[in-house]
Design a binder for this molecule. Structure first.
Ligand SMILES: Nc1ncnc2c1ncn2[C@@H]1O[C@H](COP(=O)(O)OP(=O)(O)OP(=O)(O)O)[C@@H](O)[C@H]1O
Length: 413
């Protein structure tokens, strides 16, 4: 259903056919689709994220926020909004397809499940440029983790999943620059009410420390998929900061910065912390503060210094500086990405030419004949697929119905 007042490029779902379910997240289902009128052979497929507005209390709000953010992005390592469509119960939006899976899957494909320093340098550099761009827009990403770094067909990265990001407002009395805030997200009642939140926090962590619920699921190929979650903020401001700070408790357990765990309010430096965690994981195959449970992980984030195995070098030095517990002393706090780009680990790197790199560390193989066959068969209808998943088991059960569902799920990763 097209809304003529919508600022987003319209998308006609009737012209789309799906050939594969790319993934299912907390928010919705992502399909590989093509336009049957303009691209009948699916030579330029794209990803379509479909969200049931009523599946969760905040699904609708989060999806709209993510769409608004996507619409603002124009960067080679970030997705761009290709189209948007809304029906009474669903929101759908299209973004470019990343055929190479995510960085977590890629890491598991490496020997010892770790990347070489040169691969780490390449991926980190691209992620830094993407974060730098977001920060310039006044957006703090807040959900950096390997599962949210997708690999394009070209081998370059794309950050995904913007529903937890936050637009920070530059204080107007300090600068004439005006960054947009996310009024929608701020004005809508938070998913967990403060009272409930306090009760939750009391159970899990010592006084003054907040927590949130997060779960880990295992995907079909046996990989862990960590869930992001948030609880409601209590507004607090830091007078010494140029930006309004966010107090939402948001992110993914092993990647959250100490200031978030402490509930102190946070800003762009939380992304540099998460970059440190990610970098450590790429180097050693495990995150630095992982405990037996949430409580232990949080206490390690607050108290423990990261352990480095072997000789210290430029890479471990960089990680150590990103994993500085005091955000004001963390690399990137004062001069943003510039400070990180100047670190010895990146010496000699031609930042301006990164997009031109034609041989990134790994190039995804082309999608196989299975997909071509699916295109020939005519693919499947996204809305029908979702309706069938939702439908309660029919008393007029027929094997063909189940067969249909099984066939579709066979095409998932
Ligand atoms: N552009 C894309 N190209 C290829 N696969 C994608 C794309 N976008 C998403 N996916 C796949 O779909 C999965 C779910 O997408 P996404 O993470 O955006 O959903 P979500 O509901 O926001 O998830 P989460 O539970 O992490 O919040 C991803 O893990 C990824 O495998």
């Amino acid at each position: 259903m097209d809304n003529p007042t919508s600022p987003f490029p319209p998308l006609n779902l009737d012209n789309l056919r799906a050939t594969k379910v790319l993934g299912k997240g907390a928010m919705g289902t992502v399909f590989l689709v093509h336009n049957t009128i303009t691209d009948p052979l699916s030579q330029s497929p794209f990803a379509l994220k479909v969200i049931d507005k009523f599946s969760k209390p905040d699904s609708d709000r989060r999806a709209r926020w993510e769409t608004t953010v996507l619409h603002r992005l124009h960067h080679p390592f970030l997705p761009t909004l290709l189209g948007f469509s809304e029906t009474p119960d669903m929101l759908s939006y299209a973004v470019p397809y990343c055929s190479g899976g995510d960085l977590n899957v890629l890491r598991y494909q490496q020997s010892d499940h770790v990347f070489s320093p040169s691969a780490i340098r390449f991926y980190l550099a691209e992620i830094i440029l993407a974060l730098e761009y977001l920060h310039t827009l006044g957006i703090v990403y807040r959900d950096l983790k390997p599962e949210n770094i997708l690999i394009q067909q070209s081998g370059h990265v794309t950050l995904t999943d913007f529903d937890l990001c936050k637009s920070l407002t530059l204080k107007k009395n300090l600068s004439s620059l005006d960054f947009n805030s996310d009024p929608e997200i701020d004005n809508i009642p938070a998913p967990i009410q403060p009272k409930k939140f306090k009760q939750l926090a009391k159970f899990v962590l010592p006084k003054k420390t907040c927590t949130y619920s997060r779960s880990t699921t295992t995907t079909k190929n046996g990989l862990r998929k960590v869930k992001s979650a948030r609880v409601s903020p209590v507004s607090r401001r830091n007078p010494s900061s140029f930006y309004e700070r966010s107090n939402s408790f948001v992110g993914t357990e092993e990647y959250v910065a100490p200031e978030i765990v402490r509930g102190e309010g946070h800003e762009f430096a939380v992304d540099w912390w998460a970059l440190g965690v990610l970098c450590y994981e790429m180097l050693y195959g495990t995150t630095p503060f992982k405990g037996k449970n949430k409580k232990e992980t949080f206490s390690r984030i607050l108290m423990m210094e990261p352990e480095f195995i072997g000789k210290r070098n430029a890479l471990t030095d960089l990680i150590g500086k990103l994993l500085e517990k005091d955000p004001t002393r963390r690399l990137g706090y004062r001069r943003g990405a510039l400070e990180i780009k100047e670190h010895e680990f990146f010496r000699g790197l031609k930042w301006d030419l990164l997009t031109e790199v034609v041989r990134p560390p790994f190039l995804p193989s082309k999608d196989g004949t299975e997909l071509t066959e699916e295109v020939k068969r005519g693919g499947f209808d996204v809305t029908e697929y979702l309706q069938k998943l939702k439908a309660p088991p029919s008393p007029l059960w027929s094997p063909s119905h189940d067969e249909w569902r099984n066939n579709v799920s066979l095409t998932e990763f």
